[in-house]
Ligand binder design. Structure first.
Ligand SMILES: Nc1ncnc2c1ncn2[C@@H]1O[C@H](COP(=O)(O)OP(=O)(O)O)[C@@H](O)[C@H]1O
Ligand SMILES: [Mg+2]
Length: 271
């Protein structure tokens, strides 16, 4: 069965910029004319709010996972419209907190259900690309999302990793998960970069020196912090959408989509 490329945004740490990246990459791809589904893997539902939708108003990602566990097909009516044309969202919310214990107990099966649910979305005929935001933990949702992904963007941030060791753990974990169940690639994105700060420049240089290198550097901008407040992604905002940060996010979206599609095509050809 053919399916759309899947992009997963991950890092088990919170506050590094996963959701900001997912929201804007999804919105940028929709604005470029693709039919995009953003999947919110977090019970806090920041991504759902960030695209102007409301969590916990009906079935969302949690129910999609439960359906997958029971072998039922995915119901496309679960996808909600957003403020961005061409972008729909599979909502996060409290349901994810409720299914979490069951997923943990199920172990590898739980990860598989998550992965199956995501592939079911990618198999819909009117979907060109799927972008998944993951929670701040290395649990079943994160692992299932990396297993399903053609490409995982590992988000780094000078705020969180000020040692080379912390950084390497992040990259190696992402790679290990990807190698275990998935077939996908991993690329590192530095979020919220501030060129004026020594710590930030230091972090960027260290990342660049890693074998994986740096896939993208997204400049720090207060516009990113403020855009979730009005439920409009920065790249889709009329007033703020032309900032350097917005451009960097659009470039990242395009590059990530191209790499994901490339990996995806190789995968389909090999199968
Ligand atoms: N490029 C950026 N510039 C400024 N603030 C950013 C940037 N990226 C993310 N942030 C902010 O950092 C905080 C954490 O980001 P978020 O995407 O919620 O992280 P996570 O999903 O990893 O927990 C939020 O307040 C967000 O607005
Ligand atoms: Mg988040």
């Amino acid at each position: 069965m053919s399916y759309a490329p899947i992009l997963t945004i991950a890092n088990e740490k919170g506050g590094v910029g996963k959701t900001a990246t997912a929201v804007n990459v999804a919105a940028a791809l929709a604005r470029a004319g693709l039919r995009v589904v953003a999947v919110d893997g977090d019970s806090q539902a920041d991504l759902t709010w960030g695209v102007g939708a409301e969590p916990d108003q009906g079935p969302g990602f949690a129910e999609a996972i439960e359906h997958a566990a029971q072998g039922d097909t995915f119901d496309p009516a679960t996808l909600l419209p957003t403020v961005v044309d061409g972008l729909r969202v599979l909502a996060g919310g409290q349901g994810l907190a409720e299914v979490a214990p069951e997923l943990y107990t199920a172990g590898a099966d739980g990860e598989e259900w998550v992965s199956t649910a995501l592939r079911a979305v990618a198999e819909l005929e009117d979907v060109d690309v799927v972008v998944i935001d993951t929670p701040p933990s290395p649990g079943p949702v994160t692992i299932g999302a990396i297993m399903a992904a053609d490409l995982t963007l590992a988000i780094a941030n000078a705020r969180q990793a000020n040692s080379v060791a912390a950084l390497q753990t992040l990259i190696e974990r992402a790679k290990a998960i990807s190698a275990r169940g998935g077939h996908g690639g991993v690329r590192v994105v530095l979020q919220g970069h501030d060129e004026h700060r020594v710590l930030h420049r230091d972090m960027r240089d260290r990342l660049q020196a890693e074998p994986e290198g740096l896939f993208a550097v997204i400049p720090h901008s207060k516009d990113v912090e403020e855009s979730p407040l009005d439920g409009v992604p920065l790249v889709a905002s009329r007033g703020r959408g032309s900032s350097r940060t917005a451009w960097a996010l659009c470039d990242l979206a395009q590059d990530a989509y191209n790499v994901a599609r490339q990996i995806h095509t190789q995968q389909v050809t090999a199968a």
